[in-house]
Design a protein around this ligand. Structure first.
Ligand SMILES: [Zn+2]
Length: 448
């Protein structure tokens, strides 16, 4: 849940009036161009590599350096987050705070599940306070330093508290039955614990669009038929049973463009944020929605759950071994009573953090592969390769555009700008009838 929340990165304000002026002009450029009527002429002359380089060159060097610095700083944050979390958990164990939090729960009630819940609430509040310096640097000051956050401290803090409350409630729903399983099943607890955790993630992603996302942003029905109609038309053409499109006010937090097609049965929802509406042309919006529809049609939610599920099962086997080993080796002074004691939770967090820190390239590759599939789907559904390349450049505001292959493999949970634009231009080369030089000429970044 926290990981997912962190993935919902907050984004840049670079949109100057000049930018909007350019965006407006290029809207006009979406009218059929002379090339469209003579498709055969475009094919032999279109050079994919040159087109990719031309796109990448649109970002001025100073902006490129800034975007790279922001993104590469994120690599180090993976390490610092891991270390600071381990340090805080160690404090809880070493000084017996964890055992004392359990004792407080036991004094208040004799009902085991309620004791677990009381421990969990104390745990989440204390650890949030101790990691707050890191949270505020990472989520507030650093984002502002790179112009990626629109919020002042008050509203930002309000979002943090809402997230904390949601984590407290949802976490209790997971932790109570998890410790029940440990007590009930003994040695084989980790198998069913992993299954329970996977079911829990499925439940959270199911309720997320309708019950969690509106806690942070206001969702309204999109009225503008010029945008809504083509999106619903594309949805119908791709077998998505949606009758409405929702808009949400992400500009409250940032200028990042984003959209989503998700949920299940009556929680199915197509939504896009106001930044996408304000900053992008219709072809750019269409290719973005095509990508999101790709996630839905290709069942990425379920496939991701199965693949991440395998990682979780292995992680829980490691968790079971790690807890037992650490208790035997160092557990003497911690005041914990073995693996069935809820006071071992900080230790569980250390072991799982270690596991997910080490498997970062694996989990990133799982999502990056699905993102690339969604790109392919979006290109074929929306048929807007230049719109796609333009959006990829916009995402380059906070995601390094041109990393090395190993760097992309380890750190990227989405394909890099170069990878995505190369795919778009390759698609364009194979579909000469869609070529439109005016669209390519759109200015994406104004030098600051
Ligand atoms: Zn995606």
């Amino acid at each position: 849940m926290l990981r997912v929340a962190r993935l919902v990165f907050l984004f840049v304000l670079l949109t100057t009036i000049a930018f909007f002026a350019t965006a407006q002009t290029s809207n006009g450029a979406n009218a059929p161009s002379p090339i469209s009527s003579t498709p055969a002429a475009a094919a032999p002359t279109f050079d994919v590599n040159a087109a990719v380089e031309a796109y990448l060159a649109k970002m001025p060097p100073a902006r490129r350096a800034r975007s790279n610095a922001y993104f590469e700083g994120g690599y180090w944050l993976i390490l610092w987050d891991f270390l600071s979390s381990v340090f805080v958990m160690w404090l809880l164990l070493r000084f017996g705070w964890s055992a004392r939090m359990r004792e407080l729960g036991e004094r208040i009630t004799r009902f085991r599940p309620l004791q677990t819940a009381l421990y969990w609430i104390q745990f989440i509040v204390v650890t949030s306070l101790l990691t707050f310096p890191m949270t505020v640097y990472e989520g507030y000051f650093r984002e502002h330093k790179y112009d990626l956050l629109n919020q002042t401290f008050g509203p930002w803090m309000r979002d943090q508290l809402i997230a904390l409350a949601a984590t407290a409630i949802l976490g209790a729903i997971l932790v109570i039955p998890l410790f029940g399983l440990v007590r009930w099943l003994g040695k084989s607890w980790w198998v069913w614990g992993a299954v329970l955790t996977i079911v829990f993630f499925a439940f959270v992603s199911l309720i997320e669009p309708v019950y969690l996302a509106p806690l942070f942003n206001k969702y309204t029905r999109l009225a503008d038929a010029r945008v809504k109609d083509p999106i619903l038309s594309m949805a119908r053409a791709n077998g998505i049973p949606a009758t409405d499109v929702y808009e949400f006010d992400a500009s409250e937090q940032s200028n990042r463009v984003s959209a989503n097609v998700g949920g299940f049965a009556n929680t199915l929802r197509i939504s896009l944020n106001d930044n996408l509406l304000k900053r992008c042309t219709l072809p750019e919006i269409e290719t973005t929605m095509g990508h999101e529809m790709g996630h839905y049609v290709l069942n990425h939610e379920y496939k991701g759950l199965v693949m991440i599920g395998v990682v979780i099962v292995i992680g829980f086997a490691f968790l079971n071994w790690g807890i037992n080993f650490a208790l035997w080796r160092w557990g003497e002074g911690w005041g914990t009573r073995g693996i069935t004691d809820v006071a071992v939770l900080p230790l569980a967090v250390i072991v799982l953090s270690l596991f997910f820190f080490a498997t970062t390239p694996v989990t990133n590759s799982i999502t990056r592969t699905m993102e690339f599939e969604a790109d392919m789907y979006g290109l074929n559904a929306a048929r807007q390769p230049d719109g796609e390349a333009n959006v990829d450049m916009l995402l380059g505001e906070y995601r390094k555009l041109d990393p090395g292959p190993l760097e992309e493999f380890i750190f990227f949970d989405h394909p890099s700008g170069r990878t995505r634009i190369t795919a778009a231009m390759r698609w364009k080369a194979e579909h000469p009838e869609t070529a439109s030089p005016e669209e390519v000429a759109r200015v994406i970044f104004e030098a600051k």
